[in-house]
Design a protein around this ligand. Structure first.
Ligand SMILES: [Zn+2]
Ligand SMILES: [Zn+2]
Length: 348
């Protein structure tokens, strides 16, 4: 089959890879209709995350149809339309029961094979999905593949960010980063009633999209975000900061923007070894800091009505639809945020 595979830093290729096959009775094989290219794929692409085997199929967001199931799979059969979250889960362990599927004791990320162990990803024609009964989410026929693709990661992650921030009407929020996750955070926060939300970025297309969703765009190339947030809050700072980037600079900015007693909700993937503020600074700010990987699978069904209702906005995030053959170029374009690129969907 055709797949986009990892070959090293800044080196992904569309090439022939072995078709996956059923390996365990709980496995399913999904034929991919659409696969997402995600900001977290770029961590690997830039070498900020290391250890991936050469030849690993990239990607962790995909929707499609089940084409084969193992003997233990009961909830799905060939022909079923499904969306797959970025990691597997068992549906039975303490964390799955708690609604924290991101920390399932049997969870594995798609698109991560290291020393021969792990799972190939979704930027391919076919994907093997272990623990299929608990991992896959059935799609209603009236939810198209394009909107459903955002259920795999960015919509739940945005919803998670807004939930962690405890969004309520009346308060004033600052959003750091208007990429796909940031935009879905903004959409979710607005759905939860947020009225005043300053959306910080440096890319015109993303700032324009934030305005479309009801945010107040703050172009950090021209306006100091700290001054903008203080001006909007009587000098106090934001009631909560929604941090959707995952970098040391974003972490530090979040701390600068939050008011005393406020909350930072961070859902961007962080790799640094320490916080950008000290325990003493956090104490003196009465800071609440909430961070972590989104339990996407635990949220998917609940978000289907939102995906259906806001389909036009979701689909507009998918600015580029490309064949797998354009994989290398798509990674470059997405990374450089060229041509108004917000998010790429591959159609195998
Ligand atoms: Zn993703
Ligand atoms: Zn579990």
């Amino acid at each position: 089959m055709k797949a986009i595979t990892y070959h090293g830093v800044h080196d992904v290729r569309c090439e022939e890879a072995a078709d996956p096959s059923l390996r365990h009775p709980g496995d399913a094989i999904v034929e991919v209709a659409l696969a997402g290219l995600c900001g977290s794929d770029l961590h690997v692409y830039h070498g900020r995350e290391t250890g991936l085997d050469v030849g690993t199929v990239m990607g962790h967001e995909f929707v499609g149809r089940v084409v084969a199931t193992g003997t233990d799979v009961q909830a799905f059969a060939a022909g079923d339309r499904v969306a797959c979250p970025f990691s597997t889960c068992c549906g039975r362990c303490y964390y799955c029961e708690l609604g924290l599927s991101a920390r399932c004791t049997e969870g594995h990320l798609f698109g991560w094979v290291q020393d021969g162990a792990g799972l190939h990803g979704g930027q391919a024609r076919l994907v093997r999905v272990p623990l299929a009964d608990a991992t896959l989410c059935r799609l209603p026929e009236d939810l198209a593949d394009d909107a459903a693709l955002l259920l795999c990661d960015v919509l739940p992650t945005g919803h998670h960010c807004a939930s962690l921030a405890g969004v309520t009407p009346g308060a004033c929020y600052a959003l750091i980063g208007c990429g796909p996750v940031g935009l879905m955070t903004l959409l979710a926060a607005r759905e939860m009633g947020a009225e005043r939300l300053l959306a910080i970025d440096t890319i015109d297309a993303r700032l324009a999209f934030a305005a479309r969703l009801g945010g107040t765009p703050v172009d950090a190339r021209r306006t100091d975000p700290i001054s903008a947030v203080r001006a909007a809050t009587g000098g106090r700072g934001a009631d909560a900061v929604l941090e959707a980037v995952g970098s040391p600079a974003a972490g530090r900015l979040a701390f600068e923007l939050v008011r005393p007693g406020g909350t930072i909700a961070a859902v961007g993937v962080h790799h640094e070894a320490s916080f950008p503020f000290s325990p003493a600074q956090a104490y003196d700010r009465n800071l609440t800091y909430r961070i972590g990987r989104c339990p996407a699978r635990s949220l998917m069904e609940e978000l289907i009505p939102l995906a259906r209702r806001r389909r036009d906005d979701l689909v507009a995030v998918l600015t580029h639809r490309l064949p797998l053959a354009d994989g290398a170029q798509a990674y470059r374009r997405f990374d450089e945020k060229r041509d108004g690129c917000i998010k790429v969907a591959f159609a195998p």
